[in-house]
Design a protein around this ligand. Structure first.
Ligand code: G4P
Length: 195
């Protein structure tokens, strides 16, 4: 997605050969126009898949998901990483390991909002090792919901998540795939660029 590639190139900061900082438009400050374009692109790619709901994870998955949900006309459910005062009954939970932070989080959604009647589009901001997506797929499976695919804003193609999910037969649509972060610059995979 050209607009996203340009934004990453102009505003992304390469912190190391593995980490890209995109706090100015995705992870802290949010660019609503770009999020709208991202929502339109997810909508275009999944418009024929009978999506009934978008499933994401707090916090940075919420903005692109809400835009996609608005355009597709479906609700958005976000998995919580922390216990909630009001969300205590009928929870569906999964464990998510973070390689970057070396922690394990339990993520949860209410069984009221993800059910066997749903056909889900799972959306997240980054795909690195794939643990968040695997946790969300686990929740979908426990709910008996079907999953049309996983939509990712930025996939780090040099980490294993994308390959792992695709090898499992999961449809993964990434709007930008970064093949390397060498020499302080993001190098994009061509096939994603042409979309
Ligand atoms: P995984 O889910 O693909 O396995 O990712 P991993 O454990 O490696 O990463 C954990 C957190 O770090 C996730 O966000 C993920 O989106 C984010 N992350 C991974 N690589 C990068 C990167 O290169 N740049 C940025 N900006 N983030 C990265 P999180 O902790 O759940 O954060 P948030 O959603 O609350 O913002």
């Amino acid at each position: 997605m050209k607009q996203l590639h340009e934004k990453i190139s102009s505003e992304g900061r390469v912190l190391s050969e593995e980490v890209l900082k995109v706090d100015s438009f995705l992870n802290h400050q949010i660019d609503p126009k770009l999020m709208q374009a991202i929502g339109e692109e997810f909508s275009r790619r999944f418009k024929n898949d009978g999506i009934t709901k978008i499933l994401t994870i707090e916090s940075s998955g919420i903005a692109p998901s809400v835009m996609a949900g608005l355009i597709m006309g479906v609700p958005v459910v976000f998995a919580r990483k922390r216990a909630s005062l009001t969300l205590t009954e009928g929870l569906i939970s999964a464990e998510v390991k973070s390689f970057t932070k070396q922690t394990v989080n339990t993520i949860s959604v209410s069984g009221d909002y993800v059910t066997a009647d749903d056909r889900l589009l799972i959306i997240d901001d980054f795909l690195a090792n794939g643990q968040a997506a695997i946790g969300l797929l686990d929740i979908a499976e426990q709910a008996g919901a079907s999953v049309a695919g996983v939509g990712i804003v930025i996939e780090k193609g040099f980490q294993q998540g994308g390959r792992f999910l695709r090898d499992q037969g999961v449809r993964v649509e990434s709007l930008a795939i970064i093949d390397s972060l060498e020499d302080g610059k993001a190098v994009f995979r061509e096939e994603a660029e042409t979309r």
